[in-house]
Design a protein around this ligand. Structure first.
Ligand code: BJW
Ligand code: ZN
Length: 263
């Protein structure tokens, strides 16, 4: 029997609701799409993604920083300013609220913003670092950043500050291509995925490794996997809710836990 798209959508929602209602160990794995409705651009969306406008090789690698530190530092300070102005959206709020209804919740994010924390999630695992921290490119010592970024302009070059110990240049505390992910964060994220009985993968293209292994690790270890994404996923092993995270997540939580995530 062929199911209409609407029936498929309802079946996917019904499954996801039942799984969430019964979940004991939930992992919510997020990517840039979860912050899109807060006005933070994703990376790979064709028109609005950062990589549609900027070349990752010139901005998101250690070589790029070595070649032109002012370009890279200015770009990251511009992004930090964007995040500082943004507010958590309904998806971040619903994820934080789900902690009150599921015995164990681990939030694993690839995002470098702090919108999960500002929505009330605790102990968020940041696989790709954070815009709010910085360290010396030479000696790796942490370097405190002013709360308010010094630039809000997209393409403005800005000389990075200098390390107070060795005078090295200060770099953003994010994980660039070709760099290792923070060891403890990755180990804890993989362990949580192995232990999960439900994994919600929200707003990620699943193209960047090793983070992209996480839904697969959960599935191989017996967890149900639900993808929430504006683009339909071409995966046969998981349930997909196609649409905006800020619409699906509150609905899902309300239906599974009988709650308005705002409360
Ligand atoms: C919505 C929505 C809404 C929109 N609701 N949904 C070949 C050559 C070189 C390297 C490699 C290679 N093959 C593999 C590698 C390794 C590389 C990699 O995976 N590359 C692939 C791109 C091919 N990985 C690494 O280099 C990692 N390190 C590593 O592997 O170390 C070992 C090593 C050592 C030496 C050499 C090689 C390997 C490090 C990866 C670091 C990633 N860093 C970035 C930048 C962080 C800093 C910054 O912010 O600038 O992390 S890249 C960027 O991608 C960022 C993200 O966290 C990451 C993932 O992106 P994400 O979150 O999935 O965003 P998008 O835009 O891709 O997707 C958004 C989704 O949301 C879309 O699906 C939309 O449809 C959806 N959406 N609105 C719901 N409202
Ligand atoms: Zn230093």
């Amino acid at each position: 029997m062929r199911l209409s798209p609407l029936t498929k959508k309802m079946t996917a929602l019904a499954k996801a609701v039942e799984w969430l209602a019964n979940a004991q160990r939930l992992v919510v794995f997020t990517g840039a799409g979860v912050s899109a409705e807060s006005g933070i651009p994703t990376f790979r969306d064709q028109l609005t993604g950062l990589w549609a406008k900027f070349d990752p090789a010139q901005l998101a690698t250690a070589t790029a920083f070595r070649n032109d530190p002012a370009l890279v530092w200015g770009w990251y300070e511009w992004r930090r300013a964007q995040v500082a102005k943004a507010l958590p959206n309904a998806a971040h709020v619903a994820i934080a609220a789900s902690a009150r209804h599921v015995p164990e919740l681990v939030v694993v994010t690839q995002n470098v913003d702090d919108l999960h924390e500002r929505a009330g999630s605790n102990d968020v695992i940041h696989l790709h670092g954070s815009l709010q921290v910085a360290r010396c490119f030479a000696c790796a010592r942490p370097h405190p950043l002013a709360q308010c970024p010094s630039t809000g302009v997209e393409a403005s070059r800005l000389e990075p500050p200098r390390c107070t110990h060795c005078n090295g240049k200060i770099r953003p505390g994010v994980v660039w291509f070709g760099e290792d992910l923070p060891e403890t964060a990755l180990r804890t994220a993989f362990k949580s995925a192995r232990n999960a009985d439900l994994l919600l993968s929200v707003g990620t293209s699943g193209l960047v490794y090793p983070a992209a292994c996480i839904p697969e690790i959960a599935r191989e270890n017996g967890a149900r996997v639900v993808h929430i994404n504006t683009e339909p996923a071409d995966t046969k092993d998981a349930t997909t809710l196609t649409g905006r995270a800020g619409e699906w997540l509150p609905k899902l939580l309300d239906a599974a836990c009988g709650t308005d995530p705002g409360n």
